[in-house]
Design a binder for this molecule. Structure first.
Ligand code: GDP
Ligand code: IMO
Ligand code: MG
Length: 428
């Protein structure tokens, strides 16, 4: 039975949420393995829009077990808000959501530290979502983090909090000139969250491994994207976790031998939110058109997304570091009506051609993309469900992407809704 990782192949917002929701029809379990409420995964069902931040996009199907894995960082207030909102909209959550006892908690000081560190960086800031993600993973790696399970041991929680605040309040006073945090206030606030969340807390690694042993269908849902991965992205303009497929093993506690497929979600063009290199970025009318037609505004922060042509140099990198076994092309319909469509196949920098993604940010920031040009199509592809009904140039575009990156396209998405897609392969 399949255990499939769904991973963003670009800089996030590729449409992972929609595809996870679609594939969940046949899944027993959906598990998030990293990131936090910096993610915004949009699912549209019967014209109703749901944006999921921490809860797996499988929650919208009744009988799917949803796991927030140990690799995720959890802001309890945001999580409770998300649970409440879903319940208000008629989605049942209580019976099928589980949160790893080992997931780290985002504390109020992490959020302040995130914003303060961005301010200190000035023009060189990362453009984070300001959700406290980076500082929470810093504490995790420094072995001073507070975990979801600590919510159930008030004394241990209080002691860890006090220890952390000694350090944090020193920084607040001496470096950031900001007000100190009060241990008692935070403790009481978090014990309130503990009362609401305790029924969801579990040893999720055991539950996930049992589901695999029972030959259940699992989807492991990545957040962010490959180029935002802490090791394999455009460091330091990245998020603080391993968003690539390998992160699913550490972020859930399963072995690599259990994963049966890795599906990369590829937007038919490229977008990025926040700072950092983006070789194919367009500052012209076409970029603006992609942003407006594609509704390219952050699902979490509302920030306009930077837009540009498809970049197969980064996609080849994604294919390798994730071991992609298939790709899904999303938002093909957004390219409808363009006279010419371009695909970047290499970069040129100081007279040299780069076919593989350079690690040096100076090259990535200053290179000139080398494009192959394709005929566009006038017809609408919105809602098309059969490949042969796509305009011929759109078919050529899909086949060209396959050829360049050497991975089969398994689904083409042609609209926001569940049924707006072309299923090319049922087995990944
Ligand atoms: P995620 O973070 O990867 O889940 O992606 P987001 O939800 O942040 O952004 C993707 C946006 O594109 C959402 O608004 C989706 O509803 C929308 N979307 C997904 N697939 C398609 C598609 O094939 N066509 C169109 N027009 N919109 C899509
Ligand atoms: P989904 O899951 C796009 C970006 C931020 C910033 C960088 C670091 O919806 O695809 P962070 O707050 O994580 O420390 O910010 O990462 N970023 C995303 N960009 N989609 C996301 O999630 C993102 N999550 C973080 O804009 O550049
Ligand atoms: Mg998103």
């Amino acid at each position: 039975m399949p255990v499939i990782v769904i991973v963003g192949a670009q800089w996030g917002d590729e449409g992972k949420g929609k595809i996870v929701d679609v594939l969940t029809e046949k899944a027993d379990m959906v598990a998030r393995y990293q990131g936090g409420h910096n993610a915004g995964h949009t699912v549209v069902i019967n014209n109703k829009k749901f944006v999921l931040h921490l809860i797996p996009s499988g929650i919208l199907r009744k009988n799917t077990v949803c796991i927030i894995g140990n690799g995720v960082v959890v802001e309890p207030k945001a999580l409770i808000g998300e649970i409440t909102d879903l319940k208000k909209r008629g989605i049942k959550v209580s019976h099928n959501l589980l949160i790893s006892t080992n997931a780290h908690l985002i504390m109020p000081y992490h959020i302040v530290l995130d914003t303060a560190s961005e301010k200190t960086k000035g023009k060189k800031c990362i453009g984070t979502t300001g959700r406290g993600i980076g500082p929470t993973y810093v504490d995790k790696m420094a072995r001073s983090g507070i975990r979801v399970g600590d919510l159930l041991s008030p004394e241990a929680f209080q002691e860890k909090l006090r220890t952390n605040l000694r350090h944090v309040n020193f920084l607040m006073k001496n470096l950031y000139k900001a007000p100190a945090f009060n241990a008692k206030k935070i403790f009481e606030e978090y014990m309130g969250y503990a009362r609401t969340l305790r029924k969801y807390i579990a040893d999720t690694d055991i539950i996930v491994n049992a589901a695999i042993t029972e030959k259940k269908n699992l989807i492991l849902e990545g957040a962010q994207g490959t180029l935002l991965d802490i090791d394999h992205g455009t460091y330091p303009f990245v998020t603080s976790s391993n968003s690539i497929a390998g992160g699913a093993c550490t972020g859930l506690g399963i072995g690599p031998t259990k994963i049966t497929g890795v599906i990369g979600i590829v937007k038919a063009y490229t977008t990025r939110v926040g700072s950092g290199p983006f070789p194919t970025e367009l500052h012209d009318a076409i970029g603006k058109r992609m942003r407006e037609k594609g509704g390219e505004f952050g699902a979490t922060t509302g920030r306009p997304r930077r837009c540009g042509w498809l970049d197969t140099v980064i996609l080849k990198h994604s294919t390798a570091v994730n071991g992609l076994s298939g790709v899904v092309i999303t938002k093909l319909d957004i390219l409808d009506g363009l006279g010419t469509i371009k695909i970047c196949t290499s970069y040129r920098y100081k007279g040299r051609i780069y076919k593989d993604m350079p690690k040096d940010l100076t090259i990535l920031e200053n290179c000139t993309p080398v494009y192959e040009e394709f005929e566009g199509w006038k017809e609408s592809t919105e809602g098309i469900t059969e490949f042969r009904k796509l305009p011929r140039p759109a078919q050529t575009y899909i086949r060209k992407i396959e050829e360049i990156i050497g991975v089969r396209v398994v689904i083409v998405s042609t609209g926001q809704k569940r049924d707006e897609l072309i299923m090319l392969r049922e087995q990944f």
